[in-house]
Design a protein around this ligand. Structure first.
Ligand code: ADP
Length: 867
């Protein structure tokens, strides 16, 4: 075996060097082949056979391959598994290669595209109901710029935030891929490092101007340096993965943090907005409310829920449209029927502009835009339209010329492949029709030839057939072969098979050439038309995208209306004063789950007002505390996203920030020091919540020992009450906290009701005023199936503990006199002083070693550091 690698390997290794962080799909005929470690990894992810081919450095080269025609499915799985893929195509035909370098020349190959999670446009690789976002992050002078874009629809947004708000912003965006300058300190760990020079604000601005053909970006909004630098990095990356071909990019939209209800990562996760704690969509908020009938609508809804509004006028605008559609069930049904049949024109446009469009995509644009016009006409006839609808209507029309063109040019159901042609309609191009006629004539002539040859040769089994290698040929069974072999038979021998012999004939050859020639010309003509039709869509990309967006918004509104009508939800009233007045509120996800088991959800009220803005909620485990907390947070979120809410009535004072925290022990699976996480998250609330915020705290403090936990919970409640002064629901199992009602005047006590009935615990899931009478821990344990001997033992221990509590005043003895939060620092100093006094008065020489040791223990205890 020679030590020098084959020319093919040399070519492969050179390409691989350009795509070191990717799996290289190397095109060989009808397959994409992978070699070396790429092959090992792909074979494992895809569960396909790992073979080998030739040798490299004396060892066999591992290899696996996937057929080109089904490559998309394999790509999807690799991308999902976190891989990046580079596609190396043959960029010349074997004939061209021969012409260039002789008969042994290797076909030239080049990487035509990188396929990464954030840069997909193919229908098969995208989830219809989820946006697919690529984000670029870059810091400039203390401000972090974020450029986010969904290249499947071209939507692009730019924003800036303080470095400590980056995690929250990225949690909102939910990007599937993030790029950042190499060595960036701010970027998340999984960001893909890119050359820092790509992230320059000047080049970002220049590129955006060039992409949109404008002299200034002012028309799109005001963008800071950091945002432009991130945009520069984003466009440079897209340029890199597309090998110079940019995808669809719509004009950037400026996003500002203030325009949206702020929620950090922990809040989003704990409210399970787009994904449940298990990770999937099942069991999430969106799963329980999404009634959109289009993928674009579902994507818009996800966006609405990720970034609820903080502008009352815009919220009300959305609510009015939902209400209008809610009140007219007939109109809503008609509308949803039409929308359901709509193709995803936003994504079809994305593929077309990216140069990966098919005739089918053009057909989708035609059908979608025509339907949009019908939706427009339907609405235009309605009286008393809501303002938002009026604003959307113009976006639904204006494509007459384009749809006319596509109507004339395309067949009713164009194919996804262009290779065979046949997508340009008859009558669109006379020359194309003539070419098709010629080949049609020739085909009929060939059919006629078959009959003629059978007659002439007297072989009834004679057939004219076609394959990719020989083209058209005459085939007879082997036993008749000799008859046609005769030199004067008019047939020339081509191939002998096991049971048949194949021949050519002059007349057949002529007709076949006619077909081939006309077919080739027809294909070329169709290709040329395809280019024109694509150019027309590219030209109209902004208005088409606007239509797609308008349809998505209408679908969201109709879906929200449908959902509200299904379960009798209420139109929320948004007010300015910081209140939260919810009558008969429900948790949509828990209610669904109960409904599936035939159980009924118990609705509960929540009435927070400035004078009573902090509710402490006690009661047994499983009593419904968490559910109550979350349902109120979700109601706020849904209302500010512009939808109806699961309640009988809701008056909601606009919320600027929403926080949700769950005590550490609920999240043990996360494996980190969970109490630490709990405290970091609680610290964030205390530093960020304002008088306009809404905070739910669920069993905060239970991640540590009883004393610590109670102490922290106590201090947190006080701080929220005194300093943050936000609306807050605080669930706890510490009875002792009820003493806070004496010192905190805007705090009130509530509990979830439970009863013991014939020795069994009945959880009523009903909220009532006042402190919880007891904790029912043992009753819950019985409910959970803990055995009788263990319960009996626990009861004995409990009795002893309770006796102790009665004697000493319990865990919180003395807390009643504790000065409030603000005075606490002084108290600490005083305690130190008593220590100092004791030390000063100490006569060390008078102590025995034993006494000295005891005293040390005691002092340490008093100093509160006894662990
Ligand atoms: P806690 O936080 O008090 O331990 P949860 O809120 O987790 O209790 O509720 C426990 C279970 O009780 C829920 O999974 C649900 O099945 C049921 N539940 C909670 N709230 C209600 C309600 N309002 N109506 C009916 N069932 C409820």
């Amino acid at each position: 075996m020679s030590a020098t690698p084959s020319p093919m390997m040399v070519q492969y290794l050179a390409l691989k060097a350009q795509a070191a962080d990717c799996l290289l799909f190397y095109r060989m005929g009808d397959f994409f082949e992978l070699f070396f470690d790429d092959a090992r990894q792909a074979a494992q992810v895809l569960d396909i056979a790992l073979t080998s081919r030739g040798e490299h450095d004396g060892a066999p080269i591992p290899m696996c391959g996937v057929p080109v025609h089904s490559a998309e499915g394999y790509l999807a799985r690799l991308i999902k598994a976190g891989c990046r893929v580079a596609i190396a195509e043959q960029v010349e035909t074997p004939e061209q290669a021969k012409k260039r370098g002789g008969s042994k020349a290797l076909v030239a190959r080049d990487i035509v595209r990188f396929v990464t999670a954030g840069t997909l446009t193919e229908e098969a690789l995208l989830e219809p109901r989820r946006a697919n976002v690529l984000a670029a992050v870059c810091e400039v002078r203390g401000s972090v710029g974020i450029a986010a874009c969904d290249i499947s629809t071209g939507r692009m947004e730019l924003e800036e935030c303080a470095p400590d708000r980056l995690a929250a912003a990225l949690a909102r965006i939910g990007a599937s891929e993030i790029v950042a300058p190499e060595g960036s300190a701010e970027a998340p760990d999984d960001a893909i490092p890119r050359p820092p020079r790509d992230f320059s604000s000047d080049s970002g601005e220049t590129r955006l101007k060039a992409v949109h053909g404008v002299a200034t970006l002012d028309g799109f909004g005001m963008f800071g340096r950091a945002a432009l630098a991130a945009a520069g990095g984003l466009v440079a990356y897209l340029d890199h993965v597309g090998r110079g071909a940019l995808p669809l990019l719509l004009p950037p939209v400026a996003r500002s943090g203030e325009a949206h209800l702020a929620m950090d990562e922990a809040t989003r996760a704990s409210l399970e907005i787009l994904a449940s704690s298990q990770g999937g969509r099942r069991g999430s908020l969106i799963d329980a409310i999404d009634r959109c009938v289009t993928g674009a609508g579902a994507r818009q809804l996800a966006d609405d829920l990720s970034a609820p509004l903080t502008d009352t006028a815009r919220i009300v605008e959305r609510l009015e449209l939902v209400q209008w559609l809610h009140d007219d069930a007939l109109l809503r049904d008609d509308l949803r029927r039409v929308l359901r049949a709509l193709p995803d024109i936003g994504r079809a446009l994305g593929r077309v502009v990216a140069g990966r469009g098919s005739p089918r995509d053009l057909g989708q644009l035609r059908d979608g835009l025509s339907e949009a016009r019908r939706v427009h006409d339907h609405f235009a006839r309605q009286a008393a339209r809501p303002a938002l609808l009026d604003a959307l209507l113009p976006g639904l029309t204006g494509h007459g010329a384009l749809t006319d063109l596509y109507d004339r040019a395309l067949v009713p159901a164009p194919p996804t492949e262009r290779g065979q042609g046949g997508y340009i309609a008859e009558g669109y191009d006379a020359a194309l029709d003539a070419l098709r006629q010629t080949s049609g004539h020739a085909r009929r002539a060939i059919a006629a030839l078959e009959a003629k040859y059978r007659d002439e040769t007297g072989i009834p089994a004679l057939k004219i057939r076609h394959n990719g290698v020989l083209g058209y040929f005459v085939e007879v069974p082997a036993k008749h072969g000799d008859r046609l072999m005769a030199p004067d038979s008019g047939f020339t021998h081509r191939q002998t098979m096991a049971g048949a012999v194949r021949f050519n004939a002059l007349a057949l050859h002529e007709e076949a050439s006619r077909i081939a020639e006309a077919g080739g010309h027809a294909l070329a003509a169709e290709e040329a038309h395809f280019e024109e039709l694509v150019a027309a869509a590219v030209e109209a990309r902004h208005t088409i995208a606007a239509t797609a967006q308008a349809l998505a918004r209408i679908d969201v509104s109709a879906g929200q209306a449908e959902r509200a009508a299904e379960s009798g939800w209420a139109l929320p009233v948004i007010v300015d004063e910081p209140c939260l007045d919810i009558v008969g509120g429900r948790h949509p996800v828990v209610e669904n789950a109960l409904g599936a088991r035939g159980e009924r959800f118990v609705a509960n009220d929540c009435r927070l007002v400035p004078a009573d803005r902090l509710w402490l909620i006690g009661g047994p485990n499983m009593g419904g505390k968490s559910t109550f907390l979350r349902q109120n947070a979700l109601i706020v979120l849904l209302a500010q996203a512009g939808g109806f809410v699961p309640a009988q009535a809701a008056r909601i004072g606009l919320v600027d920030r929403l926080f949700s925290r769950v005590g550490a022990s609920d999240n043990l699976a996360r494996g980190r020091s969970t109490f630490m996480v709990e405290m970091v998250e609680t610290a964030a609330i205390l530093s960020q919540a304002t008088e306009r915020s809404f905070v739910i705290l669920d069993e905060v403090g239970r991640g540590t020992s009883t004393y610590d936990g109670l102490a922290l919970a106590w201090a947190v409640v006080e701080a929220v009450h005194e300093s943050n002064r936000c609306r807050c629901l605080f669930a706890t199992h510490y009875h002792e906290l009820s003493r806070l009602a004496e010192s905190c005047d805007a705090l009130s006590l509530h509990h979830v009701r439970a009863r013991e009935w014939k020795g069994d615990l009945v959880l009523l899931h009903e909220l009532a005023e006042g402190p919880a009478d007891r904790s029912y821990g043992l009753a819950v344990a019985r409910l959970a199936g803990v055995s009788a001997p263990v319960l009996a033992r626990a009861k004995a221990v409990l009795d002893r503990l309770e006796k102790g509590r009665a004697e000493t005043g319990g865990l919180a003895a003395g807390l009643g006199d504790l000065p409030l939060f603000a005075a606490a620092f002084k108290a600490e100093e005083e305690q130190c002083d008593t220590l100092r006094d004791q030390l000063r008065d100490l006569d060390i020489d008078a102590l025995s070693p034993r006494e000295a040791l005891d005293l040390l223990y005691q002092l340490k205890l008093e100093a509160g550091t006894d662990r």
